[in-house]
Design a protein around this ligand. Sequence first.
Ligand code: SF4
Length: 464
Amino acid sequence: MEVYPPKYHLITFGCQMNKNDSERMATLLKNLGFASTDSKEEADLILINTCSVRQSAEDRVFGQIHLFKPLKRANSKLIIGITGCLPGRDRDQAIKKKMGIVDLYFPTDQMSQLPRWIAELRPELVNSVDLVEDYMKLVPDRKTTRQAFVSIQTGCNKFCTYCVVPFSRGLEKNRPLKDILDEIKGLADHGCVEVTLLGQTVNSYRAPDAELFSQNNPYTDHFAKLLWEVNQVKEISRLHFTAPHPLHMTDDIIDAMTLPAHLNFIHLPVQSGDDEVLRRMNRRYTSAQFMEVIKRLKAKIPNLAIGTDIIVGFCGETEEQFQKTVQLFKDADIDISYTAKYSDRSGTAAHRAFADDVSNEEKKRRWEVIQQLMEVSVVKKNQRFVGEVVSVLVERHEAPRITDEMLMMPEKIQETIKNQPGLCYGNSREMKLTRFPGTKELVGQIVNIKITRADMWILEGELV
Ligand code: SF4
């Protein structure tokens, strides 16, 4: 059977870091002569890049594997691979054994061995087995040219007791400054205007080649220095990072956030507003220390929009302790919270040391309390944009929709509707989703929009 070019089907779960890893995997497979396919039936290789942060994410992987069983029965040569966080934390392969039909099972940092393993299983699919030593040296195969996520660090040293990342991704490893800046300059040369720096605790970045920082770089903190260096790449006019750790929010970093390219938004995970819960989570700060960071941020950047992560129903969390999170949410004047109900993960310290003793109903109730608080607060905060002009990078365009009812209308009216400009969508510098009437030619451009209406999840306006 003719197999060339062989095809791969790649499924990605989880965070931006996983998506960025998948872009690297796509480059590796492309270099190997593979073509991407949306059809799993056509694929010679199916890869799932997994997330292991919550049980529900792992359950979805099992759901996918179940769907692939008939494909494997019909084509025994089909290679099925699992990578990402799940193999990283499943060191004794107990979870793999339950899956049955998996041929390749490797943590992300072993991705560079993929050509060799494919060659061992199906030599006819591989045109060469040139290996790169470090998968972070692979240039991600990105779908968009105007925006890019750039990983500056992998792994984590913090060992929060509920988290699998230090086990699944290993300890913190920082990319050389040279590689990061070469990647960003290369992106800028190809039209990129917005960069998001990625790391598990992105602001703990330490450059292994610190001697390459510019002589006139004014900062001492390495992450602040990196923000300054990226600000010197003049094409990059929108800069952002995720996720910082409150412990490392130095004055240098806060000052570097006032440099021109930086977006007017920070996502700073707090997880809980109660000191005892924070201690059991091993977050290494108190609620007062978190609030002190917020105070310093707001003193420098008064209109900064703030996002956070909160876990409700962590082991032993009482109502009184939960109420402290509610209070902190109000005091910090949070714009958006990604709130999670605590999910017990085997292999973590919390799993070994504490009982997951808050009922699911109570977790759900606490989740709803935070959600409602956020919804009330975000509407109020978004209202302040009405009448203001915001800068938006246009990400997508929606053509005018012709509904079944419209098809009943006279052709002339249908034609008029079809010739409407449609709607453009993009984020403001506060990372607020913004919608306005505009043509598809605006996609990729940075435009000024006068806001006429503010809703919970969207600002609406007109092109200035
Ligand atoms: S800082 Fe904590 S929550 Fe974040 S990746 Fe590291 S261990 Fe996990």
